[in-house]
Design a protein around this ligand. Structure first.
Ligand code: SF4
Length: 364
């Protein structure tokens, strides 16, 4: 029987988050060592396969078309380009490629077929493949699984309450439904969030309740520190303190002992000492490469130097779960259904999102 606890409450989690730091670190490191090799860290490469022009209004995101930021948009990459990038990532120590497309949700058609081909291609390179493409239906999840997808990323971002302060174009329940659709396949779930968006510790705990009470818990939880980008509604947010990051990582480790906890955006702001403390507290995955979708990230060689300094080893692929088999498009059991799911569109007004949109109209 699994000893994983699923009935976490916000109070339980806040009590952990607010412990004296030395106690919190000790508890998290003890749990971490029981469930994982503390000197192994999984390295993922994030590839933006379709950048910018997104119709959503996520307050932290420079890819939202409605805000004025200086990112360069691009159409969907070719399969050959993605393959070349994946090979580069593999040769520099990455075991996973995560492909992100700035879409609200997946639509059946040529572009999705192209993404399925990318999944097949990378799985055949013996690398774990992850996608983050927005909301997906059960049939789309099955098609991704058949192509050989290892993980699907769909972040909850924050607590359900604070989510409404950041995004107005879709609902929290759609996030949970997408995760549920992924769970109907063999694809693993990657879901986490962002700290430093102006939320309270209660919201951080609320997000962890939403994730830790899922059964099974997500196999992977990215913890991002907001990178405040000029032109976005959250441009004026102060950088997250390393102490908040360490507390969040340690708490995530304690409430989700078997999960890979990923240090994601915001690592450029963290010292090596800070990152080492996060690894000690239970972080065992990072994103490598000089860009995280559109925001800066440490260079791979700097990360490898850090690994050497700390005696860390990159995790080999398919250690936690067997490599999925790839079914070719011609042999597929699942066809495009051309579904038009009614994903929620709450469209409540968020003042800072409205202001950023108005400002963008003047600047464009
Ligand atoms: S976070 Fe994703 S969904 Fe939200 S605006 Fe950015 S690309 Fe679009």
């Amino acid at each position: 029987m699994s000893e994983i606890k699923h009935n976490w409450t916000k109070e339980d989690i806040l009590a952990i988050y607010n412990k004296p730091l030395m106690d919190l670190l000790f508890d998290a490191a003890t749990i971490h060592r029981k469930h994982h090799d503390p000197n192994t860290v999984q390295v993922s490469t994030l590839l933006s396969i379709k950048t910018g022009g997104c119709p959503e209004d996520c307050g932290y995101c420079p890819q939202a078309a409605r805000y004025h930021t200086d990112i360069e948009g691009n159409d969907l990459m070719t399969v050959q380009h993605v393959k070349a990038q994946a090979l580069r990532a593999k040769s520099s120590g990455s075991s996973r490629v995560c492909m992100g497309a700035a879409w609200r949700n997946v639509k059946d058609g040529e572009e999705f077929d192209q993404v399925l081909e990318m999944v097949r291609t990378i799985n055949k390179l013996d690398m774990e493949v992850c996608c983050t493409l927005g909301m997906i239906t059960e049939n789309q999840a099955h098609r991704l699984a058949e192509a050989g997808l290892y993980a699907y990323n769909h972040n909850l971002d924050s607590s359900e309450e604070y989510y409404k302060e950041v995004i107005s174009t879709r609902g929290y329940e759609d996030r949970l439904e997408t995760i549920d659709n992924v769970r109907k396949t063999n694809v693993t779930v990657c879901s986490g969030g962002i700290i430093g968006m102006g939320e309270k510790p209660e919201d951080r705990a609320g997000m962890l309740v939403a994730l830790a009470t899922l059964n099974p818990q997500p196999e992977s939880v990215p913890i991002n520190a907001l990178v405040a980008v000029e032109g976005t509604p959250l441009e004026d947010q102060k950088p997250v303190s390393i102490w908040d990051m360490v507390r969040m990582v340690a708490t995530t480790r304690i409430v989700m002992p078997e999960t890979q906890v990923r240090l994601s955006a915001g690592r450029t702001e963290m010292s090596r000492e800070g990152q080492a403390m996060c690894f000690f507290a239970g972080a065992n995955s990072i994103f490598a490469g000089d860009k995280l979708l559109t925001t800066p990230n440490p260079d791979v060689s700097e990360d490898m130097e850090m690994f050497k300094l700390l005696g860390l080893n990159p995790q080999k692929p398919f250690i936690k779960k067997m490599q999925p088999e790839t079914v070719e498009a011609t042999d597929s059991k699942y066809q495009a259904l051309g579904e038009k799911p009614k994903w929620t569109r709450p469209d409540h007004k968020i003042d800072r999102n409205e202001e950023a949109k108005q400002k963008a109209k003047v600047l464009k």
